[in-house]
Ligand binder design. Structure first.
Ligand code: IMP
Ligand code: MG
Length: 184
């Protein structure tokens, strides 16, 4: 069901409603519960975008796990990538020997994650995998393939459920396409 709502003067067309997201996150949680059984799991959220997804995802993983957050910023603002990745918050604890699952909101060009994966690999985790709620493969310029993907989406700028446009819309409970987003 598609529904266009107005938020901050923007038309936002629903792409995935709350129920659809909930079902997908539950499905991912079940798969992860099987795959990480018996392993020391650290779910590592990339701030800010992943915090809503991560909060829901960990509650669907029926295993002992710990959580860590890392702050990365790849966008100066708006929908345009600066190509530059900035660490805005580093990890609190070492990940050496842990099975690390990175939770991300979206993989777009792949720049952010490729930078992050290289940085984390240097810290010698037992394993390192990616779980992304959204994947925009058409936009990929760097070779990054998440092991776990919620939804594959077309090349549209989306907001809600943690994803922002100029820091707004993260609190929308659904994921929607900004109808009048500036193009690339
Ligand atoms: P990448 O480095 O190009 O893969 O960009 C990844 C980051 O860009 C994500 O973690 C988001 O913060 C942001 N981003 C990419 N596409 C979108 C989008 O459609 N909506 C909101 N943020 C996006
Ligand atoms: Mg962002």
């Amino acid at each position: 069901m598609s529904h266009v709502g107005m938020h901050n003067g923007q038309d936002i067309d629903t792409l995935f409603d709350e129920e659809t997201i909930r079902a997908k996150v539950k499905e991912l949680g079940e798969i992860l519960t099987r795959d990480y059984a018996g392993k020391e799991l650290t779910v590592l959220g990339v701030l800010k975008g992943s915090f809503v997804f991560m909060a829901d995802l960990i509650r669907q993983i029926d295993l002992p796990l710990d959580v860590e957050f890392l702050g990365l910023s790849s966008y100066a603002g708006g929908t345009h990538t600066s190509g530059e990745v900035k660490v805005t918050l580093d990890l609190n604890s070492p990940i050496e020997g842990r099975h690390v699952l990175v939770a991300e909101d979206i993989v777009d060009t792949g720049h952010t994650l490729s930078y992050l994966l290289r940085m984390l690999q240097n810290r010698n985790p037992a394993s390192l995998k990616l779980c992304c709620l959204l994947d925009k493969p058409e936009r990929r310029t760097v070779d990054v393939k998440p092991e776990y993907v919620g939804f594959t989406i077309p090349n549209k700028f989306v907001v809600g459920y943690g994803l922002d446009y100029d820091e707004l819309y993260r609190n929308l409970p659904y994921i929607g396409v900004m109808m009048n987003a500036p193009g690339e």
